[in-house]
Design a protein around this ligand. Structure first.
Ligand code: SF4
Length: 457
């Protein structure tokens, strides 16, 4: 029943089956959760908000608080201004956030609600209490993906809040891109090891992986504060990790407060982590500590130990553009062959970049933006691979084709390690190798004929 497809590939222009993406508001909601005492608000019907919250909750195994304008037929016809004003009144009265981050949905975009005007009107009518803030981003889901929603929300933090006092501080802004809370913690650890003062925004560590203490906290301890978002305008540099997710915010800050920026790939694997560590070192005018050099050395050692298994390993991989760029580069570093690379987010430029990365090991690699997992499945039936990498939705393909499967990206609904252990940095690289080789070895242990089963593979 789960086999899903034959090997026959038919041209599809207007249909995606099992798309390798989800909708923009999820990204906006995730970014907003990385701000301390921020309530993400979904301006649309309850169904959208329920879906977005449930995906984030299932991925992070944490309760995700978010509010909705609860559109009914009336709002669909007359516009959502009354609903949003009522919602803001309720939110500030009942939940007492410092900031509300409003994002739109398909419905409110089609209606054409003017959110900045509604926010202004709410402020004039005294609905937004003194000292509290409401910001917004537009996230229609008939365009882009959850990554562009995340990017838009990060840019909105800057647009609404960053201020320049004229006094430049010895602080570096870091826009982390869409990564796990554990990855955000790893970014902070690396910055601290190199000795750089930083503001990380957003920061979902200690929000979506907060420790269990027996109590419910609507606003856990973590998250970038509104004061920190304001102070970003006084930093001397921004490092934007993940071009698609973070460039918009960094560019906005440069435009608004003249803070220059450096856009880097997500620090996954040796080269990308080196570039991030080097950028931190240059920014802080410091030296890379010996402990970090040792971490790097341990990763290189593991790569060489496992090279016989990674060499020429044929991989089918899907996910989000920034994740794929760095993960595919890391696979190439290790001698593997990414054979097909698929994302659901649109991006012709990204396709060119990925082809360039794969050209080192296999110029024939198929790279597709705005595609789907169904196509990747059909492609695999025609071009067998050794391994599949991607989010939870790839497990049906892996099961049908009896292939080892390594989960990474968003969403991962059926495992827990992604939220606890980073994939970023040198230590994260070792974890990726562990996951890949475990998946390969587990399959051999399970499926090799009796006379070929080896204790040591
Ligand atoms: S695609 Fe549009 S309608 Fe569907 S959940 Fe996302 S925002 Fe709501």
């Amino acid at each position: 029943m789960l086999e899903g497809t034959t090997a026959e590939i038919r041209e599809r222009k207007a249909l995606r089956i099992n798309p390798a993406k989800t909708c923009q508001p999820i990204g906006a909601m995730y970014a907003a959760l990385g701000i301390h005492k921020c309530m993400p608000h979904s301006h649309g019907s309850q169904g959208c908000c329920a879906y977005h919250r449930s995906q984030l909750t299932r991925h992070h195994k944490e309760p995700v608080a978010a509010t909705t304008s609860s559109f009914t037929e009336g709002a669909s016809v007359f516009g959502g201004m009354a609903n949003l004003k009522t919602a803001l009144n309720n939110i500030f009265t009942i939940y007492e956030p410092d900031i509300v981050a409003v994002h739109t949905t398909c419905l409110s975009e089609v209606i054409g609600d003017d959110i900045p005007m509604i926010i202004k009107k709410s402020a004039e009518d005294g609905i937004i209490p003194e000292g509290k803030t409401v910001i917004h981003t537009n996230t229609p889901s008939f365009a882009g993906s959850h990554i562009t929603g995340f990017s838009g929300q990060c840019a909105a933090f800057v647009k609404y809040l960053a201020e320049s006092t004229g006094e430049t501080k010895n602080v570096v802004n870091i826009f982390p891109g869409w990564v796990e809370p554990a990855d955000m913690r790893e970014i902070k650890r690396l910055a601290e090891l190199v000795g750089v003062e930083y503001i990380l925004a957003p920061d979902t560590s200690d929000v979506l992986d907060s420790p269990h203490d027996g109590k419910y906290h609507m606003y856990p301890d973590g998250g970038t504060t509104v004061a920190q978002l304001k102070a970003m305008g006084d930093s001397f540099l921004s490092i934007a990790l993940g071009p698609l997710a973070s460039t918009a915010a960094a560019t906005e800050l440069e435009k608004k407060c003249k803070v220059p920026n450096k856009v880097l790939e997500l620090p996954i694997g040796v080269k990308a982590t080196d570039e991030f560590v080097n950028a931190l070192r240059l920014a802080g005018d410091t030296a890379v500590p010996a402990s970090l050099e040792k971490e790097r050395g341990r990763l290189i050692d593991m790569i060489s130990d496992m090279s016989q298994y990674m060499h020429n390993l044929k991989v089918a991989i899907f996910g989000d553009p920034d994740h794929l760029t760095s993960m595919v580069s890391f696979l190439v570093e290790m001698g593997a062959k990414p054979m097909i690379v698929v994302t659901g987010t649109p991006g012709k430029k990204w396709e060119g970049k990925l082809k360039e990365i794969c050209s080192e090991t296999n110029p024939e690699a198929e790279v597709l933006a705005f595609s789907d997992i169904h196509y990747m499945h059909q492609w695999i039936k025609n071009n067998p691979v050794d391994l599949i990498m991607g989010n939870t939705y790839g497990k049906y393909v892996a099961r049908t084709e009896k292939l080892p499967f390594v989960r990474f990206g968003f969403p991962i609904l059926d495992r827990v390690g992604h939220r606890a252990f980073p994939m970023l940095g040198y230590n994260g690289g070792m974890r990726i190798i562990e996951k890949i080789t475990d998946a390969l070895f587990d399959q051999r242990d399970r499926e090799d004929p009796d006379h070929e089963v080896e204790l040591v593979l």
